[in-house]
Write a protein that binds this ligand. Sequence first.
Ligand code: 16G
Ligand code: ZN
Length: 492
Amino acid sequence: EQQRSILLHSASRFPPPLGVKLSYGTAGFRADSSLLESTLFRVGILAALRSVHTRSVTGLMITASHNQASDNGVKVADPSGGMLSQQWEPFADALANAGDPNALLQLIDDFAKKEKIPLEGASEGEVLLGRDTRPSGVFLAEAAKQGITSIMGVSATEMGVMTTPQLHWMVRSRNNGVEASEQNYYDQLSTSFRCLMEYIPQGNRNNNVNDKLIVDGADGVGGEKLENLKKLLSYLSIDVRNRGDGVLNEGVGADFVQKEKVVPRGFGSADVGFRCASLDGDADRLTAYANGASTYYLKQLGLEVVFTPTGVKYLHEKASEYDIGIYFEANGHGTILFSESFLCWLEGRNNELTSTSKCSEQQKAALRLLAVSKLINQAVGDSLSGLLLVEAILKHMGWSMLKWNELYQDLPSRQRKVKVIDRTAVITANAETVVVRPVGIQEAINAETAKYPQGRCFIRPSGTEDVIRVYAEAISQEAADSLANSVAMLVD
Ligand code: 16G
Ligand code: ZN
């Protein structure tokens, strides 16, 4: 009874906006920040219920990533540190769209019964609450906190301004019983980075790879966090630009650089010859690094390459099936996952090492892999940790930027988006490589593609916008453009 009245009372303070329908989508709720207060309150309830249900710490992150500064959004981190379980997504949609407080209460009641979630303060829970640098994050965090604490026995721990991957990392660490402060995060990254640098093969120690790296922080949270991290780093000097003085994501950041194919604000001819990288607005991705040509290259190396539908949650799930699963998206999301059993095996090699004096090549390799597993964020893609891993690898291999770039030739490509009345009319299969509906369209795409040497073309409904995305690759830029155009016309 007490739980019901608390919920009814607090819900009445956060009425949903009229005529707005929200969907949890591929990466949580996202909209103009003025529309999101009630959504944040409700997602707070969701994260709290998830915590009670799993008897673990969960997370709630307030960000709209690369979107414009006036937008905002929210997503929930599961106890593993990964994305919210897909089984709970329909409940997230229902919660966000429920009408008056009574309807909301009914929904929570039914769901709690179905999932056997004990309410009435019978159990405990904790939600870590983080936000990016958007000004609206402040009042939205307050709404989220009200939602979290309206579930009896659950507390909200405010982490303040964080990168998305920092918050996910903290949730994961807390549930693994390790210390999980921001300082712990920097310590883990800088220690494992130092370890990798110290195990660089003799011959490559003094190679000509420049120690300077220039980073575009997208005028978001990543720049200021990198400033903290860089103080602890040896062997590398980082010049951080776009640290938040300009407008978030405007003419800066990984998404801008990838889509517009131009250098970000604050970079110019004086930077030619240096390694540069762009983070996105919440620092969970780096400038683009995948294309059809990389798939071909990786297969040639003898690696197994698998496709999944678009979206981190699908990639992450698939990658977790392997001892070492590396996943990435063309837009810069991705990380590396190590299985528990493989990590145990590596630890075993490590322990052998301390008991004997001489370190074999195999043992060194095991040590490096262990360091990589600590450097790379196992919870979710992380531009700061990804950045350091790339630096360590370049140094290890003795590769210059030029050499790295020459590993394989990216195929020219073109992305187009086509506005449609109903994007759900397009249904795909085989990890979005084949269109099954509308009937006949795949045959038409095949016929167009066949006209272009090395042509590839896919269409799929976007998970975040009301559009159909068209992606084309071919032997020249003109050919890729032309293939994308003719297929866009088929869709229109
Ligand atoms: C979201 C997804 C990303 C995906 C993108 C596709 C997460 C954290 N992010 O940003 O993985 O690539 O949506 O958007 O899951 P689209 O369907 O509009 O192209
Ligand atoms: Zn992002």
